[in-house]
Design a protein around this ligand. Structure first.
Ligand SMILES: Cc1cc2nc3c(=O)[nH]c(=O)nc-3n(C[C@H](O)[C@H](O)[C@H](O)COP(=O)(O)OP(=O)(O)OC[C@H]3O[C@@H](n4cnc5c(N)ncnc54)[C@H](O)[C@@H]3O)c2cc1C
Length: 298
């Protein structure tokens, strides 16, 4: 990968070489990426994606890196952060947001315009692209309920628009998880409501989050999917795993579904805790816990 020099290839583009990803992830863990690129506009993104495709350079697109554990050896190839693609536009009751916009900012714009439908996302620290990719959800709401369509960039540089049905949303699932396409923007259909009621719901959800979640530590949110008929956090709590720690990664003592970084965790620490939790819960309750977080790299 080092024989290709993306910085020389694309002068003026915001590209860095051999950067530690831990500086950008919510867990504060993750080894280096060969290249990191922050496109300032769509044309830059298209140029680099096409080039990477032609040169068979692996591409990983990240949003706010709030649902990730990246291995200590990092990611080979090119990592793209869409954090500059943050336009949010409103058309009557419809909001369109760039993939790099924080979903929290979208909920705030919706509330400012007295539009309901996204309150559940008021405290989710992800980007619009990450939320669509994951079909993020909370407090009974999820992306699938209000998303109308999403624009994506294919690995060959073509733009496509997918409808809600085409994204085949399921629990923490969308088709983009299998296609390698890059989500560029998403459009949500909302409905008018009393602004005070919308803001009250957002505040209520955020108060509940702050009281139950260990927001004072770096983490990747709930680590495991909800197994059919159970709650992952309850199974972990009932397995006496709260406080279980490997290196700097610890099963939160405040919310058993979270694994927090107590200061110096590595990706390997996180993976070791996850495997121990899975094995313990399997042995005690015969339930297989499947990670909700994406574990990338080695
Ligand atoms: C404190 C805390 C609380 C959380 N609470 C919730 C919650 O209530 N509900 C919930 O669902 N999640 C929650 N999460 C998890 C996380 O915030 C969400 O899953 C969020 O939607 C991930 O967005 P992101 O931009 O951070 O994605 P990332 O973590 O950056 O990426 C996640 C995956 O999406 C892919 N991806 C990201 N952007 C794109 C794009 N533009 N195109 C293609 N692929 C892309 C990445 O490659 C990766 O595989 C929480 C996390 C934390 C730390």
């Amino acid at each position: 990968m080092q024989q290709v020099n993306l910085i020389q290839m694309f002068p003026g583009y915001d590209i860095k070489q051999n950067q530690a990803l831990s500086a950008y992830t919510n867990t504060r863990v993750g080894g280096p990426a060969d290249w990191i690129f922050w496109p300032k506009k769509l044309a830059e993104l298209k140029d680099v994606v096409r080039y990477a495709h032609d040169q068979t350079i692996p591409v990983t697109v990240l949003g706010n890196a709030s649902n990730l554990i990246i291995g200590d050896n990092g990611l080979s190839g090119l990592v793209i952060f869409l954090t500059n693609l943050t336009d949010i536009t409103l058309d009557t009751h419809t909001v369109t947001a760039g993939a790099g916009a924080a979903i929290i900012d979208v909920t705030q714009v919706a509330a400012e315009h007295s539009l309901t439908g996204l309150e559940w996302a008021a405290g989710i620290p992800g980007s619009v692209g990450g939320a669509v990719f994951m079909n993020a959800g909370a407090y009974g709401g999820q992306v699938a309920e209000s998303l109308v369509s999403a624009d994506v960039l294919t690995p060959t540089g073509e733009i496509k628009t997918y409808t809600n049905a085409e994204l085949d949303f399921g629990y923490r699932h969308s088709t983009v998880q299998a296609t390698g396409e890059i989500i560029l923007s998403a459009t949500f259909a909302l409905a008018p409501d009393e602004q005070t009621a919308i803001v009250a719901r957002m505040e209520d959800f955020n108060t509940r989050r702050a009281s139950k979640q260990p927001l004072e530590y770096p983490s990747c949110g709930s680590v495991f999917k909800r197994p059919e008929g159970y709650f992952a956090g309850k199974l972990i709590m009932d397995s006496d795993l709260q406080g279980y720690q490997v290196g700097g990664a610890q099963v939160s003592t405040k919310h058993a579904g979270f694994i927090v970084n107590k200061g110096d965790a590595t990706g390997s620490d996180y993976v070791a805790v996850i495997q121990h939790v899975q094995a313990t819960v399997q042995a005690k309750f015969d339930v297989a816990l499947e990670p909700e977080v994406r574990i990338l790299g080695k």
